[in-house]
Design a binder for this molecule. Structure first.
Ligand code: FAD
Length: 543
């Protein structure tokens, strides 16, 4: 029995398994196909932005792998590592805390790329990626939460500005589609909030180049810019997102660093090589994609294949194929044919080469507008939008899903957008937060809701001057390893000092409930925090 192991259940992996099922249907008894994926579904990413507005249902953008793949063994587990020498993959532990090893005769690598904010201060803590279903759901919930909060916080203009400003970084296809959906949704539902003036809403698209959609012809990029501006999206061209805090996005541009107050920051950039690939002793390009030849075989390995976003596949002219779904699905068909050819004993001569040029590019701008470049023709406006919907509807796997999406789109023409906020309870627990110099972590008089442990950077403790007049005095300087904010929680009292960032700092921020649980159950923890509080009180420093 020959075993084909596929890593990844996206456009590349799932479609490769499907094509293999068809190609090897006569060899069911002697070839086994195993697909490992982190989720038990495949995401139809082109429709993901529509989850933000709820135009289509959450589960309509995904297809369960078991429905799609009837003859493949689908294993919902992560692959931790690949041993090229011994032809095995190491599968992560599940319920039972033990990993297991799977051998293969042919390995098809397709885990896509990952969003990696490392090296961009504050982005891992405060920016939302936009790549999978959980990201879309999180963004939708954040946007609704921001509107709900702004409706309550009527007396704090700065906080309202942060809550009602939505920033998307990246003016490529996904950034433009996300900002268009987000803008339409926010402006539409804001009319239901009595204390929000639509003029307070700011939706900003940040892009490093001088025009958005650089992948398309200039006139289509210009059309997209015109439509977005008309709908109230502010375009910050020539600006690059370089840092973030919980209250602002920091952009570097022609006039230096600009701070945009926001509590909702989405970054559709940058996609980085998958860590699984990073650690492989296989040839890679400078940007970390696996180098394959035209047949999709990894150089010098007849049994390892790579495709989709994780691979650098040479196109007809030798340049690498763009990371798109249309390329990934065509590569999936080819890899299935080539693996089947080798298993059938055809030898290297039977292998075919990737020869797909791309049919075109399309981007939705929401509300019956889109841009498209199809077979060299430039189309924009309603016709492009109609083509966009028709083509993607036809490409959704399975008639059931297609029908659901078609009905959702039809109903959306008549019904109001869905405004239910789903709180899945995943937001609790300790998190990292990033602060920039001058930013306050909390202010004197506020209620204590979290305790903080300084991991890097420095902060100062401030207290209002006793003689009034609005001035503040610095009581102490805190550095890495020190904690603050514990007193208000231990004493159930308001904050009696303020904390302001001095050097860019990262903190571990523990919510009141979790801190309470730890203080009540970890022996000695409460006592040690109380000692810190007593020492600070003696020194006249407390927060
Ligand atoms: C918002 C958005 C909109 C897009 N719109 C379009 C569009 O309109 N047209 C177009 O052509 N392209 C579009 N794309 C690009 C397209 O989605 C990608 O090119 C395509 O998804 C790449 O397929 P892939 O299978 O290589 O990677 P992915 O689709 O990312 O799939 C990777 C799979 O591998 C799994 N995985 C990852 N690591 C492991 C592991 N260690 N073990 C097991 N499984 C793992 C993941 O869970 C996932 O299922 C869009 C992308 C995004 C993010």
């Amino acid at each position: 029995m020959k075993k084909i192991v596929i890593i990844g259940g996206g456009f590349a992996g799932a479609y490769a398994a499907r094509a293999l099922e068809r190609t090897l249907r006569r060899r069911r008894g002697d070839v086994e196909i195993l697909l490992y994926c982190r989720e038990n579904y495949t995401v139809f990413q082109p429709l993901l932005p529509e989850v933000i507005s709820g135009t289509i249902g959450l589960t309509d953008v995904v297809t369960p792998l078991r429905r799609l793949l009837k003859r493949t063994h689908v294993h919902v587990r992560e692959i931790e590592s690949i041993d090229v020498q011994n032809k095995t993959v190491r599968v992560a532990a599940g319920f039972k805390p033990h990993a297991h090893v799977e051998s293969y005769d042919h390995l098809i690598i397709a885990p896509g790329t990952v969003t990696d904010f490392r090296g961009l201060p504050g982005l891992p803590e405060h920016a939302l990626p936009f790549k999978n279903l959980a990201d879309a759901l999180e963004l939708r919930s954040r946007v609704i939460r921001a509107l709900e909060e702004a409706d309550v916080e009527s007396d704090d203009p700065e906080l309202r500005r942060q809550l009602l400003t939505f920033v998307v970084a990246g003016g490529g296809f996904s950034g433009v589609e996300v900002v268009a959906e987000l803008n339409d949704f926010v402006r539409h539902v804001a009319t239901l909030y009595r204390r929000i003036d639509p003029r307070e809403i700011r939706v900003v698209l940040v892009h490093a180049q001088d025009r958005i959609l650089p992948e398309m012809k200039p006139q289509l990029g210009a059309f997209a810019q015109k439509i977005l501006r008309k709908r109230g999206v502010e375009l910050m061209l020539g600006y690059r997102l370089h840092a973030a805090t919980g209250e602002s996005a920091l952009l570097s541009g022609p006039d230096g660093v600009v701070s945009v107050p926001t509590k909702t920051l989405v970054s559709t950039i940058p996609a980085s090589p998958h860590p699984l690939i990073d650690s492989l002793p296989l040839p890679k390009t400078k940007n970390g994609r696996l180098l394959v030849d035209g047949t999709l075989r990894v150089k010098d390995h007849d049994d390892i294949w790579a495709l989709g976003d994780c691979a650098s596949v040479p196109a007809r002219d030798g340049s690498p194929c763009p990371p798109t779904a249309q390329h990934a699905t065509r590569q999936a068909q080819l890899v299935a044919q080539n693996v089947a050819a080798l298993l059938g004993g055809g030898g290297m001569a039977a292998l075919r080469t990737f020869d797909f040029k791309g049919l075109g590019k399309m981007g939705s701008l929401g509300r019956r507008n889109a841009v498209a470049e199809i077979f060299g023709l430039s189309i924009s406006g309603c016709l492009a939008w109609f083509l966009w919907r028709t083509i993607y509807l036809a490409k959704i796997p399975g008639w059931g899903r297609r029908l659901k999406v078609a009905s959702a789109w039809t109903l959306d023409l008549f019904l109001e957008p869905e405004l239910v906020e789903l709180r899945l309870g995943g937001a609790g627990g300790a998190i990292h937060e990033h602060f920039e110099p001058g930013q306050r972590v909390f202010s004197e008089g506020e209620l204590g809701d979290r305790v903080y442990i300084l991991l890097s950077g420095r902060a100062e403790v401030l207290r209002k001057c006793p003689n009034g007049g609005g001035g503040e005095q610095v009581l102490a300087l805190l550095g890495p390893g020190e904690c603050f904010g514990e007193m208000a929680l231990l004493e159930s009292a308001p904050r009696n000092a303020s904390i302001r960032c001095v050097d860019p700092m990262t903190v571990l921020s523990i919510p009141k409930r979790e801190f309470g649980l730890l203080a009540a159950n970890v022996p000695g923890l409460r006592a040690s925090f109380e000692q810190v509080t007593a020492r600070r009180l003696a020194q006249g420093v407390a927060q």
